[in-house]
Design a protein around this ligand. Structure first.
Ligand SMILES: O=C(O)CCC(=O)C(=O)O
Length: 266
C-alpha cells in the first residue's frame, strides 16, 4: 500500500467506526470476497454436518445453557456451531474487518468466538436481545464487537439479522432500572425496541434489516438489540460470525454448557 492508499483506508475505517459508534452497527456490502466466502462456507458446512451427525435426533432445547460445547440451538431451528480460526484456516489480522476491529477495540483486541449460525426453513424470528450487558452506568465505548458475514445471498425471505438502530445506547440496565439483565441477554418476549424507552424521553429505535449479498458483513456492538428474522424460504441460511473483545473483557453468556456431543451414549 502506498501513502495515498493508506490515508484513504484510514479515512474509510474512521467513517465506519463513527457509524458503528453512533448506530451500534455498520453494514459493509460484500466486504468478504468470493474466495473467503467459499472457504468459510465449506468449513462451516463440514463442521455443522459433523456435529449434527453426533447429535443425531436428540432434542437439546433452546439456549446456551441447554446446549453443548459444540452446538447451541439459539431459537427453534437456528443452530450455532462454534468453529475455531484454525478450523477455518484463517488469521484475524488478515481479515478485511480487522482494521475496524482494531480501531474500535484497540490493536490488542482479542478473538473471543467464531462459528456459523444456520437457520432452517420455517425457523421463526428470534426475540430481540443483546449479546452482553453494559459494564458501567455511564456509557462507555464497546467492550465487544461481532462480525456476521453472509455465506450466500440472503433475501428478506431467508431472514437476515434485524438491528434496532442506536439501541446500544439504550440497553444499559445499570442506568435504567426498568431493564432486567436476563431479559436483555437471554431472548425474552418482553424485550423490544419499544421496551427500552418506556418511561423515558428517548425515541423508540428504528428497526433495520435488509437483504444481503454474499460476503456482506454486519458488524455490531455486542450491546445492540438485534434478532435473526424468520426463514420463510426453502433454503437454510448460513451466517458466519467472528466475535472480538477488548483485552481484559471476560463476560460470556454465549456458550455456557459444559458437556460434549461426543460424550453422548448411543
Ligand atoms: O441468526 C441471526 O441472524 C442472529 C443470531 C443471533 O443473534 C443469536 O443467535 O444470538
Amino acid at each position: 500500500m502506498n501513502d495515498d492508499d493508506s490515508t484513504v483506508a484510514l479515512t474509510v475505517a474512521k467513517r465506519q467506526a463513527n457509524q458503528l459508534t453512533s448506530n451500534g452497527f455498520v453494514l459493509l456490502n460484500q466486504l468478504g470476497g468470493s474466495q473467503l466466502v467459499a472457504s468459510v462456507l465449506a468449513a462451516s458446512k463440514r463442521k455443522m454436518h459433523e456435529i449434527r451427525d453426533a447429535l443425531g435426533e436428540r432434542d437439546i432445547g433452546i439456549g446456551s445453557a441447554a446446549g453443548f460445547e459444540e452446538i447451541v440451538q439459539r431459537s427453534p431451528g437456528r443452530w450455532d456451531v462454534p468453529i475455531s480460526m484454525s478450523e477455518f484456516g484463517l488469521r484475524d489480522c488478515d481479515l478485511p474487518w480487522w482494521s475496524l476491529i482494531a480501531t474500535m477495540l484497540g490493536e490488542d483486541a482479542e478473538h473471543s468466538f467464531s462459528g456459523v449460525v444456520s437457520s432452517e426453513p420455517s425457523s421463526p424470528a428470534q426475540f430481540w436481545h443483546s449479546d452482553s450487558p453494559h459494564v458501567s452506568s455511564e456509557h462507555l465505548g464497546p467492550h465487544a464487537i461481532n462480525v456476521m458475514m453472509a455465506l450466500q445471498d440472503v433475501t428478506m425471505e431467508m431472514g437476515p439479522t434485524e438491528c434496532a438502530r442506536g439501541s446500544h445506547l439504550l440497553t444499559n440496565h445499570l442506568s435504567n432500572p426498568a431493564l432486567k439483565i436476563d431479559e436483555l441477554v437471554y431472548q425474552h418476549l418482553s424485550t423490544t425496541p419499544a421496551s427500552l424507552v418506556k418511561g423515558t424521553d428517548h425515541h423508540e429505535p428504528e428497526c433495520a434489516a435488509e437483504s444481503l449479498a454474499a460476503g456482506t458483513c454486519l458488524i455490531f456492538d455486542d450491546r445492540l438489540l438485534h434478532r435473526g428474522l424468520a426463514n420463510r424460504s426453502i433454503s437454510t441460511r448460513h451466517m458466519a460470525y467472528f466475535s472480538y473483545r477488548k483485552k481484559g473483557y471476560v463476560g460470556n453468556t454465549h456458550f455456557e454448557a459444559q458437556r460434549s456431543v461426543f460424550d453422548l451414549a448411543d
